[in-house]
Write a protein that binds this ligand. Structure first.
Ligand code: ZN
Ligand code: ZN
Length: 389
């Protein structure tokens, strides 16, 4: 792979340990679709904090849409799907969290308050302290600006700062950092398909959108014993649909070449599907309409999302209620879903190398994000930023 001279020069830095350099190089978002490399001082570590040396920061569809937006305040270091090695661990942090220097961990992007009812259930995604969109003080990895000290809140950086309320998961033995980088879409896949959607043995499920998220839903449904897994995509998704088949999807549908609803009715002998999960992006109202119409006669569950669909004119609520449909929101994951996701990845039941298609250094963050958005390297499924490349 081509590397720009800047990245190559930085390779030298891998020889230094934390104490030697005292700095963290990071890709900083300084404006809409604009990134610059900048060096930050590493903070003095209090006893109740730790420092994560980032091995892999995954890039996801949310990064693609967020990257295009103007800054909401100061610049920020993006990267919210982080796997790394604990480089420095304060005494209290080690005591309270049970982790030590050298441990390979997956870091959740939520920084919960630690004492609300949701946190006690491992549902950090619902904690008010992680509502970065509404609360300017809420910290979320990959979304928090550098004017919140000590600035290192994103994975597109050599190091990330961990206060005591950081949520860590041990990466199971045998799983590489790059493979563990799939933990976020995998835990979403388990959360949305199994825990929220209720897919299990004998289920018929429709997954819309064959990106890394949809593919992880396929793996979750397959391992739970779903009988019929249908996945949809568009003509540009040909390779992703092929990968979906290899991961266990029973039927793949190109919605631009076939009438998806007719095909689903045919496959299910007119019965329809038990559960649908929406993993599309920029699909407009189409995926929701297909979900409602392909749902079985009564009591299906639709796991939906509103990415790019803030409003829905003429929403067919009558049709929805007549079919007794349950609507649920595809919105992040619980602690348990992450643990299950890591276990599933470590089981080696699925060829993960079909997913881990691209890796880039810090100087290529802009290109890495664009690749996930279909505007950079071809064939991207799961893209890893590896800050020490
Ligand atoms: Zn993400
Ligand atoms: Zn909380």
């Amino acid at each position: 792979m081509d590397r720009c001279p800047l990245t190559r020069k930085r390779r030298v830095n891998t020889m230094l340990n934390v104490a030697d350099s005292g700095k963290s190089l990071a890709a900083l978002k300084v404006g809409a679709s604009t990134t610059e490399l900048r060096e930050f001082d590493l903070p003095d570590l209090p006893p109740d904090a730790a420092l994560l040396k980032v091995d892999v920061a995954g890039v996801c569809g949310t990064d693609v849409s967020q990257y295009k937006l103007p800054l909401r305040g100061a610049p920020l270091i993006m990267g919210h799907e982080n796997v790394g090695t604990l480089a420095k661990v304060g005494r209290l942090f080690a005591e309270r969290k049970g982790f030590k220097e050298g441990d390979l961990v997956f870091l959740e992007h939520y920084l919960p308050c630690g004492h609300c009812e949701w946190d006690h259930m491992g549902e950090y995604r619902h904690c008010a302290a992680t509502e970065w969109f509404y609360d300017p003080k809420a910290i979320r990895y990959g979304y928090t600006a550098i004017d919140t000290v000590p600035s290192l809140w994103g994975g597109f950086s050599h190091y990330v700062y961990l206060p005591l309320n950081a949520v860590l998961h041990r990466v199971p033995d045998g799983l590489s950092a790059e493979e563990a980088g799939i933990a976020t879409p995998m835990s979403n896949g388990i959360q949305w398909t199994l825990l929220d959607g209720g897919v299990g043995f004998g289920s018929t499920v429709l997954i819309q959108g064959p990106g890394q998220q949809g593919l992880c839903c396929v793996m979750a449904a397959k391992s739970a014993g779903a009988t019929t897994i249908i996945i949809t995509g568009t003509s540009k998704d040909a390779r992703r649909l092929e990968v979906a088949s290899m991961l266990g999807a029973d039927v793949v549908i190109d919605v631009q070449r076939e009438n998806a609803l007719e095909r689903i009715q045919q496959i299910t002998s007119g019965r329809g599907v038990d559960v649908t999960v929406d993993c599309t992006s920029g699909g407009g109202p189409g995926p929701m309409m297909l979900a409602i119409e392909s749902a079985k006669r009564r009591a299906a569950t639709l796991v939906v999302q509103g990415e790019g669909n803030a409003t829905f004119p003429d929403f067919p609520i009558g049709r929805l209620t007549r079919k007794g449909i349950t609507l649920k929101s595809a919105r992040g994951h619980s602690y348990r879903a992450v643990e299950l996701g890591l276990q599933l990845l470590a089981s080696r039941r699925f060829p993960l190398d079909l997913l881990t298609t691209h890796r880039f250094g810090l100087a290529e963050v802009d290109y890495a994000i664009k690749s996930v958005g279909g505007e950079g390297a071809a064939g991207a499924i799961h893209v890893s930023v590896m800050p020490w490349l």
